[in-house]
Design a protein around this ligand. Structure first.
Ligand code: FAD
Length: 310
């Protein structure tokens, strides 16, 4: 069995693996896709101390760092079930989709999250070519340009307020009849001079030319009329879904499905810790996920030290 088994090999899982291995304990990482969301990222310019890199390079660097230590990397492995220890301090089991079972004295869950897509023509084609999901990451790329934000919940309205300070103009598009964000955010948004809001608007297509996004089409759901907006960027903000479907009823989750953790990354289950985008820790960023992975590994090591045998 492992002393520390990490499920998920994104920035959080990789950081946890390095911290665990440096304690000289038996460490394993099982990941569906090592590198996680970073693989889908083009430029990364906000990992402090690294002025600029790209996703595939950063993912390879994460893997290289983990491989420099004695860690079992089990790539292309999906965890399907977690079985808590039968007695306090006992072995926790993780069942894999391939039928295998891994046992460990502690587990770190770092399965990350995924952005919900609008699923309209052009979305996949212009991903990273004008279609973006993370205002903190990609906002500055659209300095002085025209963008739209899809989604009028808290994250969409926050994104629109944030972007309005950087870009030339923001159009916010909400499918429902009204914005769903907190009133204080909606009032702030409405006070901004370079923001237009369309409600009851269904996005139908992202269009582009020469490999670059140049606009979007939407239908007014009240009149049925089709409209077009010319722009350079679209931020899709209709939800970030934590990868916790397999953990429902096993560890305590928030109403958004995020794993609830304390300041040391401890979940509701003894010996089971969690880190990164999959948790209730706010602001989903690489630098935050890596710090969080380190913290959960130290939290789990502290737990192991307090068990009768380490
Ligand atoms: P993830 O990166 O999501 O990794 C999760 C890991 O768990 C993966 O290895 C996955 O395969 C695995 N996994 C999931 N389910 C299972 C399962 N059941 N069993 C086994 N393994 C599983 N952040 C920045 O700071 N700067 C940026 O410029 C930036 N740009 C971004 C651009 C895009 C397009 C996207 C999508 C995100 C961007 N982010 C950026 C956000 C950043 O990528 C995430 O915050 C970060 O990757 C979170 O790390 P994580 O380790 O918590 O999760």
């Amino acid at each position: 069995p492992y002393d520390m088994l990490i499920v998920g090999g994104g920035p959080a899982g990789a950081a946890a693996a390095v911290y665990a291995a440096r304690k000289g304990i038996r460490t394993g990482v099982a990941a569906e896709r090592f590198g996680g969301q970073v693989n889908d990222t083009l430029a990364i310019e906000n990992y402090v101390s690294v002025l600029e890199t790209d996703g595939p390079k950063f993912a390879a660097a994460l893997e290289g760092h983990v491989k420099a230590y004695d860690v079992d990397i089990m790539n292309l492995q999906r965890a399907e079930k977690l079985i808590p220890a039968a007695e306090p301090g006992g072995l926790i089991e993780v069942q894999l989709a391939n039928g295998g079972t891994l046992k460990s004295r502690s587990v770190i869950l770092s399965t990350g999250a995924r952005w919900r897509n609008v699923n309209v023509p052009g979305e996949q084609e212009y991903k990273n070519k004008g279609v973006a999901y993370c205002p903190h990451c990609d906002g500055p790329l659209f300095k002085g340009k025209r963008v739209a934000v899809i989604g009028g919940g808290n994250s969409g309205v926050e994104a629109a307020i944030d972007l309005a300070g950087i870009v030339a103009h923001v159009t916010l598009i909400e499918f429902g009849e009204a914005l769903r964000a907190d009133a204080v955010l909606v009032n702030k948004l409405k006070s901004l001079p370079n923001v237009t809001i369309h409600t009851s608007a269904q996005t139908t297509e992202f269009t582009g030319e020469g490999g670059k996004l140049n606009g979007l089409n939407y239908t007014d759901r009240n009149s049925g009329e089709a409209h077009r907006i010319e722009l350079e960027g679209v931020f899709v903000q209709i939800g970030l879904v934590p990868n916790t479907e397999w953990l429902k009823g096993v560890v305590e989750l928030s109403k958004h499905g995020e794993i609830i953790v304390d300041a040391r990354g401890q979940t509701s289950l003894p010996g089971v810790f969690a880190a990164g985008d999959v948790t209730t820790v706010p602001f989903k960023q690489i630098i935050i996920a890596t710090g969080d992975g380190a913290k959960a590994a130290l939290g789990a090591f502290d737990y192991l030290m307090r068990q009768p045998v380490l």
